[in-house]
Design a protein around this ligand. Structure first.
Ligand SMILES: Nc1nc2c(ncn2[C@@H]2O[C@H](COP(=O)(O)OP(=O)(O)OP(=O)(O)O)[C@@H](O)[C@H]2O)c(=O)[nH]1
Length: 948
């Protein structure tokens, strides 16, 4: 069965998720809020065709996939740059790289072999030339000279022989087995006769190249290893391909030359012997070459020798060039490695092609499929496929919730750990440096009893202190205004009374810095005066007393002072800590002094804020304007609010579109304590909500979404703030050290009696505090105070009014009503001690139908039953229903399956049973099996049950 996300369905229907839930509820579906996905049945209930939806989703998915493919075509192959000249693109595979490496090793081997060969060749050649010189000289010079020269040459040759013997011996022995010295002598003597012929032979061989003065560079041998750059390049390219042929050729040459060398050397030895035996005459008989020609030949030989050395140098070049080839190959290998590493890095950044599958991953409350794929090391397409199999329709660009991700993880054997990111983790933290903290104006609230002149005082201040300054007066009225005095600025919350103060506090926002308590000099302290004091005390806000209406003839400020002193508000002149000012809102008398006193109080508070940081504000009032949409008055508590700032407030986010100050003028920014009216909300925010400026819209949206989700969860949980039932557990958990109580009673006597008794319940672990008490019905203000102070309300012979009831429900405040003081005290005592008796509740565990009744002697009437639902347990409670009317309530006696006693029989099985002390059972009776469960008393139980 396919499943659809609630959000998708809402989108499809063009309604909100909450509307989807309420639609489902209307259709009789329970606990819909728990559903994140809706199955075919529910989707059909909402009037949609699941099959059609699925097809549409698939088509959409395919369409997106195609678009994506178009946007991201197949990535280009990684190309390796070859020689710059070739400009040929080549992509090296691992095999090719290995091949290259092997070639390189082979080349190095060849270079080694070549070097050895060359060394041998050169040595042989030099020896040969020396020999040749001897022969030629022998032909060209006189026998005496020849003798001397021959001797020199022989010595030379011998020297070479001695020097090279060790090298040659090895080479020679390989080619030809070396005869003993004596054998050699004989053999050589025999060969002496043909030495001239052989000399000619050698000459002939040499004459393969023209015997000219042309440089050896022209000669085929050196041509290959020409010293010029071109030659080097050629070598680089020729070497690989022709190396083998060259080797063979060189081997042949080497063999031939070695043979010649042996012969020549033998000849030398023979010559020496002959010289010793004066047999040199035979030599004289050979042709007599011209002396000039001989000299030229010597020159040539010298040249050849020099060239021989040149060739040695060339050889070095060859080796060098081989090294170049080697280096190039190494370079290429490095290049390939680099390219591979780059590729790897890229892959690491963009996600590997085939990553390793982990055993555990961490995700947030929601995770994008692509991200999940990366974390799991599984292709995103595969995940989409798997989700589809699981009945979750999601495309690659969508996100799934943590629960689905965990289920998916289980499919792949990957533990998916959900790390819940809280708002605190997301909201950037700012540390205010001491030097950035600047004094800010105090925010003042005026409170007092009805008709004591709060509004008059506020008006007077506004009119006298603002209107006179601002031409045209106040054109627009917002919930707060600023007053500039020579001593400093003051900000007044323009809503007199407790509403603003307590409502804001009940929502967790403490805005007020100072309270002006207005007490009419002709009326004195009244219940709301007392209430205002309690509110202020609970909030820890200092009070400045304004004794109003002193213009009235019956004004008695001294009486007011003494009354207030009784409530702990003692004037400074009496040694207390409170400032008192006599004023007249009517005449304006004492108003300046009052404001000065307020500023003095503010100075003592050292109110400071950092105007440099992003703003944090509190909504003090909000409304839906016909023309401007949602507007709200906010007070900046810290930082500076600027036009264009992105913010989150409650569960919505927005952007400051425009700002107006308290006289309706557009402003671009507002610093600490400044009230402004804002536009840029998507819905009307609630008073008391905090407005926080964030670095970007994405974050603001994320936080707003989180809050929405939290709000939904909270609504589902419906937790009360503090209840009698959980006081004990809260004390145990260390959450509760103070139990705040508000007492309301019909008469002052009862208030006092209750108060003193309850205060006596304080113990080392928990302190009972009566934060407010009074005579009269429980008001909305009481409830708001309770909400703000996490208090419970105890009413004695009084009831909450309609507004208070609504507020209590909204704010989740517990109200306990009593008509016996003792009960109230006992309940609070038991709550503190954790002794509140739990309530017993009934839990139906099974339904059994009696199908046959048997009369068994000594046992009585036995019911032959069939368990329809749940189970039936021995000794459990049972109710006998006949035509849906309870005819008996008792306990199960015996319970059998066939002949055996059993503890329980579950649905779908037959059993036999008796009911304790009840025989009047009949066929067709339904037995309702139930158990009694003890449950702690809930708020409702306490409220309804304790109303004695
Ligand atoms: N003589 C005199 N009358 C005053 C003074 N201040 C207020 N009044 C009068 O007292 C009455 C009540 O004043 P409000 O300002 O409405 O009193 P409040 O406390 O705002 O009353 P609520 O809004 O009902 O709580 C009005 O008729 C005022 O004219 C004063 O200083 N002197």
């Amino acid at each position: 069965m396919a499943k659809f996300k609630v959000e998708e369905i809402a989108e499809k229907l063009g309604i909100t998720v909450d509307e989807v839930y309420s639609k489902l509820k209307d259709n009789g579906v329970e606990e819909v809020e728990r559903l994140n996905f809706l199955d075919d049945k529910l989707v059909t209930l909402l009037g949609l065709d699941p099959k059609k939806l699925q097809t549409e989703k698939r088509q959409e998915f395919l369409k997106k996939a195609l678009e994506r493919r178009k946007r991201h075509p197949k990535p280009k192959e990684v190309v390796l740059k070859e020689d710059a000249g070739k400009k040929e693109k080549k992509r090296l595979s691992k095999e090719e790289l290995l091949k290259k490496k092997m070639e390189l090793e082979k080349s190095l081997k060849k270079v080694d072999e070549l070097r050895k060969k060359k060394e041998t060749e050169k040595r042989k050649e030099i020896a040969e030339k020396v020999d040749k010189e001897v022969v030629e000289k022998k032909e060209a010079i006189k026998p005496e000279e020849l003798k001397v020269q021959a001797e020199n040459k022989v010595e030379k040759a011998e020297k070479v022989e001695v020097e090279e013997k060790s090298v040659e011996v090895e080479t020679i022995s390989k080619i030809k087995e070396k005869p003993t010295q004596e054998d050699k002598k004989d053999e050589k003597l025999e060969k002496v006769k043909s030495e001239e012929v052989k000399a000619e032979k050698i000459e002939k061989k040499r004459s393969g190249r023209p015997k000219t003065d042309k440089p050896r560079a022209d000669k085929p041998k050196t041509q290959r290893y020409s010293h010029d750059k071109k030659g080097e390049d050629k070598k680089k390219t020729d070497f690989k391909g022709k190396g083998k042929d060259k080797d063979i050729k060189r081997d042949e040459e080497k063999q031939e030359l070695t043979k010649e060398l042996i012969i020549d050397k033998d000849k030398e030895t023979v010559k020496k012997k002959r010289k010793d035996k004066d047999e040199i005459v035979e030599v004289k008989e050979t042709k007599k070459p011209k002396a000039k020609k001989g000299a030229k030949k010597v020159k040539n030989i010298q040249k050849d020798i020099l060239e021989g050395f040149d060739e040695l140098e060339l050889e070095e070049e060859i080796i060098k060039s081989e090294s170049v080839v080697e280096e190039e190959l190494i370079e290429k290998t490095d290049e390939v490695t680099e390219v591979k590493e780059e590729k790897k890095e890229k892959e690491e950044k963009s996600g590997p092609k085939q990553p390793v599958k982990p055993s555990k991953i961490e995700i947030g409350e929601n995770v994008a499929i692509t991200e999940l794929a990366r974390l799991m090391g599984i292709k995103a397409n595969e995940i989409v496929k798997k989700l589809f199999e699981m009945g979750v329709m999601a495309n690659i660009n969508q996100s799934i919730d943590a629960e689905t991700a965990q289920l998916l993880g289980a499919e792949y054997d990957i533990e998916v750990v959900v790390k819940v990111v809280t708002e605190d983790d997301l909201i950037p933290k700012y540390e205010d440096k001491p030097e950035d903290l600047k004094p800010r104006p105090p925010i003042v609230t005026v409170m007092g009893h009805v008709d004591h002149g709060k509004t008059s005082l506020l008006d007077k201040i506004r009119r006298t202190k603002i209107a006179e300054k601002e031409a045209g007066g106040i054109t627009q009225h917002i919930g707060a205004y600023e007053v500039d005095l020579p001593q400093g600025k003051l900000v007044f919350l323009d809503t007199p009374g407790h509403e603003a103060f307590t409502t804001l506090r009940a929502r967790g926002a403490q805005v007020t810095d100072i309270v002006i308590l207005v007490v009419a000099a002709d009326d004195g302290v009244m219940p709301q005066t007392k209430e205002a004091i309690d509110h202020s005390k609970a909030a820890g806000v200092p009070i400045v007393v304004a004794i109003n209406k002193i213009d009235k003839p019956n004004a008695n400020p001294e009486h007011v002072k003494s009354q207030l002193a009784e409530l702990g508000i003692i004037p400074e002149e009496w040694g207390g800590s409170h400032q008192f000012q006599e004023v007249s809102a009517k005449t304006g008398q004492g108003i300046d002094e009052l404001l000065e006193r307020v500023l003095l109080e503010a100075e003592m508070l050292e109110l400071k804020a950092n105007p440099k940081r992003p703003a944090e504000c509190v909504v003090i009032e909000a409304k839906l304007d016909k023309h401007r949409g949602a507007v709200a008055t906010v007070i900046v508590q810290n930082g500076t609010l600027k036009k264009g700032d992105v913010f989150v407030v409650g569960a919505q986010y927005g952007k400051v579109r425009s700002m107006f100050n308290f006289i309706g003028r557009t402003v671009k920014e507002a610093g600490p304590s400044i009230p402004v009216e804002l536009m840029g909300f998507s819905e009307v925010p609630e008073a008391g909500e905090k407005l926080i400026v964030l670095p970007n819209e994405k974050l603001a949206k994320q936080i707003a979404d989180m809050r929405k989700e939290k709000k939904r969860e909270k609504e589902m949980l419906e937790k009360s703030k503090v209840s009698l039932t959980d006081i004990f557990s809260k004390i145990q958990e260390g959450e509760l050290q103070e139990l705040n109580i508000i007492i309301k009673a019909d008469v002052q006597g009862s208030v006092e009696a209750l108060k003193s008794s309850l205060l006596k319940l304080s113990n080392p672990e928990v302190k009972v505090q009566v934060i407010h008490d009074g005579v009269g019905a429980i008001s909305e203000s009481d409830v708001l105070l309770a909400a703000a102070s996490n208090a419970i309300i105890i009413g004695f012979n009084v009831r909450p009014d309609a507004k208070a009831k609504a507020a209590a429900e909204r704010e989740k405040v517990e109200i306990h009503l009593y008509s016996v003081i003792y009960d109230a005290i006992e309940d609070v005592k038991k709550a503190i001690e954790g002794m509140l008796t739990p309530e017993t509740k009934e839990n139906i565990v099974g339904k059994v139908e009696i199908r046959k009744v048997f009369n068994i002697s000594k046992v009585g009437r036995v019911a032959g039953c069939y368990v329809l639902e749940g189970k039936v347990t021995r000794n459990s409670n049972v109710r006998v229903l006949r035509d849906n009317v309870v005819v008996y309530d008792g306990k199960i006696g015996t319970l059998k399956r066939f002949q055996d006693d059993v503890k329980e029989v579950v649905a779908g099985y037959e059993c036999g049973l008796t009911i304790d002390r009840y025989n009047d059972i009949k066929e067709g009776d339904i037995l309702e099996v139930y158990e009694l469960v003890e449950e702690k008393r809930t708020l409702d139980d306490v409220n309804s049950g304790d109303e004695k």
